[in-house]
Design a protein around this ligand. Structure first.
Ligand code: ANZ
Ligand code: ZN
Length: 811
């Protein structure tokens, strides 16, 4: 008999399914664990990144099941989005058909890997039942003022006639057709994520040590809170419509160092000057050119600007300050205008150098001055600043802000970098925005009873524009208010809208899915997610949107928690030949090939053994062979075990080697809870199991062998479930296999001995080791203890006198 992965895996996958082994239980008195991995986009096939993601979450789900928890480990598909439309254009296949065929295929792949996903709670976000409640949320958010329409600047591809997300603009070009992306004013729906900016920021504190620091920092920067002063400058020339304008500064302490004003190209003063033809043609053309660039492009460009032939009055000194337009000032941050202080700000400095504008230092440090760089530290003392001279700059900042407030010239404000989330997409394959435009009544939400608004199937997808706009009947409808003729909103929702709440839908009992968004009892039981697992690439977008949605759904009375994901593990990328494994790099290894050749257990073992989950996984063909060999060895060794041996082992009757082997096994058992519950360093747990198997091969004791297998199979089951179930079934009553064996403290209780450690005969340290410790282990400990005497020396001899001393001879 030899190891036959295919047969074993098929057998157990069938049994697990028949026994509803993966289904969450309705018994809400049990302690629960909700383990979630980020759901896939149904692109067609599972890739190695998925295998890694789901091997991690599955190991955790299986572990907690074994510990007696009621476990929810669901899977679904993020199934709206552009690739389905691109496939439609390329292969003339309907997006719906393409999507659902892919889902069917990928489900098979996932189940062939033995992942313990609930079968009953699978969802696809393009399902009408999912859309129904998404549209319900949309309408409720609209009615609460959390969604609004506005005209704003968007990335627009003239060739594809659609808005592109920032992520879909590559080097200023459309990612799909390569044509130049322009900035265009367009109406659209916006979600007011900014009104939760403060809570989203404060909530990050609760996630410290539970989410990766890197993700917390990225979110913090993205939300971008700044404290500062907002105040206005008057224009010197009173003939303009605009009499004054506001600026926002975080450095009020530098107010006496202002040497010019920089306005965003979209600023109303710039617009007025252009419309009144007060600027020459070429300047106007250049400004328009900047307006057509995205913020990203402007940032990448060198700093540039134009003098606007006008001046502002400094509110404290009454000096005339030249007003410029500059490409580095953003219209939608602060007030779209900057008081430029080149002596203390990098950008202002570069700009001033380029255009020969004055540079006036107002803060000095004790250190020597640098002539050719701005002094940007937020420490130092004020000079050239009237009554504020000699004040420390933080103190001066507070005093200057207070002065502005006293004089009613300005006020203290908090600004956020985060912008409202534009969710309109000029696309077919998405959730319809449930809104109607009526000439008489304006924008009217669809009636809740009419939901879901589903997509018409009879469309032709050409890639040019949104087919819904051209649909003869879908587009036209009656107004819910006046019953007159009206048109539907033809844009569809950003797919991030769907992925923002799927975790909560999973938490709701599927038997209620057709009647309500969430079943109160079940979501209150299952949420929030205890452990979320997914790629670092979602650090901001998805993970921020989901946090926002949780708070909105809480405030609308649907959910209770403040945060959706209690803990987050971000797995590293899979790298091969120096690049992220991806189709475009041509370095893809198809998981199906690994499964067919070696089996699912090998694939899972390999991927968890090669690297800790948070690190990059560098592909290595030999390691697959290694994983396969290990499973074979496990199988062959298990066949030799005496099934009838008793498990009644007397610790005091064991020989030294037997004690050592048993200790290694129990050490692995002890490690397992640490790994599954905290460190997720599965690789070290697998290594510990391999080590204990090695130690066991040195002893010949049926009882010990049987006990060891009982433990090892139990702790490896979350990682390589099929083989572990198979062997346990063969060796033990399977019933016993559902709980983890207990730690036996007496096995860890061992006599320890003290040893002197000498270097060149001179005693340098003392170490304490277990009496069962092997020579190699002892020597290693000893070397660690006298490390500083070994440094930079050549070790020529290692002497160990049992139970007495270690002597190291160096040269
Ligand atoms: C004067 C000053 C002096 C500034 C100095 C900085 C350093 P954060 O910290 O990111 O909030 N700013 C204000 N509005 C802007 C806009 N719409 N586009 C570009 N820059 C803008 O940045 C706030 C600082 O960025 C503000 O403080 C302002 O420059 C600039 F030594 O005012 B500061
Ligand atoms: Zn109407």
């Amino acid at each position: 008999m030899s190891y036959n992965a295919r047969e074993i895996e098929k057998k157990w996958q069938k049994l697990w399914q028949e026994q509803d082994y993966f289904e969450p239980k309705d018994d809400y008195s049990l302690e629960k664990k909700y383990i979630l991995s980020m759901f896939p986009y149904p692109s067609g096939r599972i890739h190695m990144g998925h295998v890694r993601n789901y091997s991690i979450s599955d190991a955790l789900a299986r572990y907690y099941r074994k510990k007696g928890f009621n476990v929810l480990h669901p899977i679904g598909f993020d199934s709206f989005g552009m690739p389905a439309e691109n496939a439609a254009i390329k292969h003339k296949i309907h997006p719906k058909k393409w999507t659902y065929e892919n889902i069917d295929y990928m489900k098979k792949e996932l189940f062939s890997l033995g992942f313990s996903f609930s079968r009953n709670r699978i969802l696809a976000t393009s399902d009408p039942l999912y859309t129904k409640f998404e549209q319900e949320f949309f309408i409720k958010m609209y009615e609460k003022g959390l969604i609004y329409t506005k005209e704003a600047t968007v990335n627009w591809c003239e060739n594809d006639k659609t808005v592109l997300a920032n992520e879909q603009v590559e080097d200023g070009k459309c990612w799909r057709c390569g044509s130049e992306v322009v900035q265009k004013q367009m109406p659209g729906y916006y979600v007011k994520i900014t009104s939760y900016a403060k809570e989203l920021l404060e909530g990050l504190k609760l996630l410290e040590n539970k989410w990766p620091n890197q993700v917390l920092t990225m979110q913090e920067n993205w939300i971008g809170q700044s404290y500062g002063l907002e105040f206005s400058f008057k224009l010197a020339d009173e003939s303009f419509d605009t009499k004054s304008f506001e600026v926002f500064t975080t450095r009020a302490d530098t107010i006496y160092g202002v040497s010019y004003i920089a306005l965003a190209p979209e600023h109303s003063i710039v617009k007025e000057l252009i419309s009144k033809k007060l600027l020459d043609e070429s300047t106007i053309d250049s400004i328009k050119e900047i307006q057509n660039q995205s913020p990203r492009q402007r940032q990448a460009d060198e700093k540039k600007g134009y003098f606007l032939n006008t001046y502002a009055i400094h509110p404290l000194t009454n000096e005339k300050i030249p007003v410029w337009v500059a490409n580095f000032v953003l219209i939608d941050y602060g007030s779209g205008a900057v008081m430029a202080v080149p002596a203390h700000d990098e950008r202002d400095f570069d700009f001033a150098k380029k255009y020969n504008l004055p540079i006036k230092q107002v803060i000095i440090s004790k250190d020597t001055k640098q002539e050719d760089a701005p002094y940007t530290e937020k420490s130092g003392f004020l000079i050239n600043s009237a009554e504020f001279n000699e004040l420390e700059c933080n103190e001066a900042r507070e005093k200057i802000i207070a002065k502005f407030e006293d004089l009613k010239l300005g006020k203290r404000v908090i600004n956020y970098k985060i912008r409202d989330w534009g969710v309109s997409r000029q696309r077919y394959w998405g959730a319809a925005i449930p809104m109607i435009r009526c000439e008489k009544c304006g924008i009217v939400p669809c009636e809740l009873s009419s939901l879901p608004i589903t997509l018409p199937d009879d469309v032709e997808i050409t890639g040019e524009g949104n087919p819904l706009e051209k649909h003869p009947t879908w587009k036209f409808c009656t107004c819910p208010k006046c019953k007159g003729e009206a048109v539907r909103e033809c844009d569809t929702l950003d797919t991030f809208f769907q992925s923002s709440w799927y975790y909560a839908r999973f938490a709701s009992d599927e038997k209620t899915w057709n009647t309500r968004a969430f079943d109160e009892k079940s979501v209150n039981y299952w949420l929030n997610v205890d452990q979320y697992v997914g790629g670092i690439e979602h650090a901001i977008l998805h993970l921020l949107y989901a946090r926002f949605f949780q708070k909105v759904l809480r405030d609308m009375g649907y959910l209770k928690d403040d945060e959706p994901f209690a803990r987050l593990l971000t797995q590293g990328m899979v790298i091969k030949d120096g690049f992220k494994m991806s189709k475009s790099k041509g370095n893809v290894v198809d998981p199906d090939d690994i499964i067919n050749k070696y089996g699912a257990d090998t694939a899972r073992l390999f991927i968890l053994f090669l690297a800790p989950p948070v690190k990059e996984l560098v592909w290595n063909d030999n390691a697959i062979e290694g994983a396969y060999k290990f499973i074979n060895k496990l199988y062959e060794r298990a066949l030799k075990i005496d099934k009838n041996a008793s498990l009644d082992i007397r610790q005091d009757e064991l020989s030294k080697d037997e004690k050592y082997a048993r200790l290694k096994v129990y050490e692995a058992l002890k490690k397992s809870s640490e790994v599954y519950e905290k460190s997720f360093a599965f690789n070290t747990l697998i290594a510990a199991c391999m080590e204990s198997l090695n130690a066991l091969s040195a002893v010949d004791n049926d009882k010990l062998n049987k006990e060891a297998f009982y433990i090892i199979l139990n702790i490896l089951e979350p990682i390589i479930p099929h083989i572990c179930f198979e062997l346990s079934d063969m060796l033990f009553e399977l019933e016993n296999f559902k709980t983890l064996p207990e730690l036996r403290p007496e096995i860890f209780l061992q006599d320890s001995i003290k040893l002197a450690v000498s270097v060149n005969g001179k005693k340098r340290a003392e170490i304490e080791v277990l009496s069962s410790a092997l020579k190699d282990e002892i020597l290693q400990e000893a070397k660690k203890a006298v490390f500083k005497w070994l440094k930079d020396k050549e070790l020529v001899k290692e002497i160990y006198i049992e139970k007495k001393l270690v002597n190291l001879v160096v040269r």
